[in-house]
Design a protein around this ligand. Structure first.
Ligand code: T3D
Length: 262
């Protein structure tokens, strides 16, 4: 049996490929378990300074594998709350807790939890042919995996509501236009661009990036006053880092900085 995800580490970048292409990389429990493990490795291994997530084949991820949710007329209902608690919520929490940058290369359709997995990443690039579908309402569900949190924050309530209720396919170019993702790129350039971004981040000031992520995340709930205080505290830490010293020195010496992530 082929592995549900493929993982490789090179030049400080951990590349994770969702690898169930016949099912458009839909989630089953094995894929969840392996993905959690890979993200734990990314968190623990200091040599990993950026993560790149993508999918094998023509899709990025079609959310929950619905072949696992087929039931006869007399079958008891499935506890989807338990499924979220055991699999989807830990995945999103791990991704969001990771203090290293996560680049997502959406190579094809991203549906249901697959779409929201992408939105949980820090920089989302999508191939021009890719589409995002909040497919949940097509089967009587609501956006999960953080979708009901990410969508209104990224694109506003009106668009979030439209995407969730109508479950239409949103083309990558439109996703970029409305601010759902960072950038839509031609299919042929997707992986080169995503790798270049991930490699650049892996050579960057890793500690500073962690602080950027912390500040951006906190702003979702902070008042301006609280955020100013947080910026003061985080900048104090950043200012004590080796990378800050190197950045300023390199600027003065008119050369490229050599960051070590400390
Ligand atoms: O259950 C829980 O634990 C709760 C958590 C839920 C989280 C969720 O993600 S719920 C939402 C689940 N996902 C969906 O509802 C999406 C279902 N898929 C689709 O709507 C469409 O397949 C797509 C819009 C993603 C792509 O459409 P299209 O026309 O490009 O491809 P296709 O022909 O529909 O699919 C290609 C193959 O992938 C096909 O298999 P086949 O016929 O060639 O053998 C199809 O069955 C398979 N596939 C697509 N999505 C899934 C899937 N197989 C299993 N699970 C899927 N989600």
């Amino acid at each position: 049996m082929s592995k549900p995800i493929l993982v490789a580490v090179e030049a400080g970048v951990q590349t994770i490929i969702l690898n169930r292409p016949e099912q458009l990389n839909a989630f089953n429990p094995a894929m969840h378990a392996h993905l959690r493990e890979a993200l734990d490795d990314a968190a623990d291994d200091a040599s990993i300074r950026a993560v790149l997530l993508t999918g094998a084949g023509r899709g990025f991820c079609a959310g929950q594998d619905l072949a696992e949710r087929r039931f006869g007329p007399d079958a008891p209902p499935v506890d989807l709350g338990a499924s979220l608690e055991q699999n989807y919520n830990p995945l999103v929490r791990r991704l969001r807790a990771l203090d290293k940058p996560v680049v997502c290369a959406v190579n094809g359709v991203a549906a249901g939890a697959g779409a929201n997995l992408a939105l949980a990443c820090d920089i989302v690039l999508a191939a021009r042919s890719a589409v995002f579908v909040q497919a949940f309402s097509r089967i009587g569900l609501l956006p999960d995996s953080g979708g009901s949190w990410f969508l209104p924050r990224l694109v506003g309530t009106a668009r979030a509501m439209g995407l969730a209720l109508l479950a239409e396919k949103l083309p990558a170019a439109e996703a970029e236009r409305i601010g759902l993702i960072w950038r839509c790129v031609d299919d042929a350039h997707l992986m080169d661009e995503a790798r270049a971004i991930a490699r650049g981040l892996a050579e960057g000031p890793t500690l500073g990036y962690a602080l950027i992520k912390q500040a951006m995340r906190a702003s979702a709930t902070n008042s301006l006053d609280a955020q100013l205080d947080l910026e003061r505290d985080l900048q104090r830490s950043a200012g004590r880092s080796e990378d800050y010293r190197e950045g300023v020195t390199a600027f003065a010496e008119k050369r490229k900085p050599r960051f070590h992530g400390r």
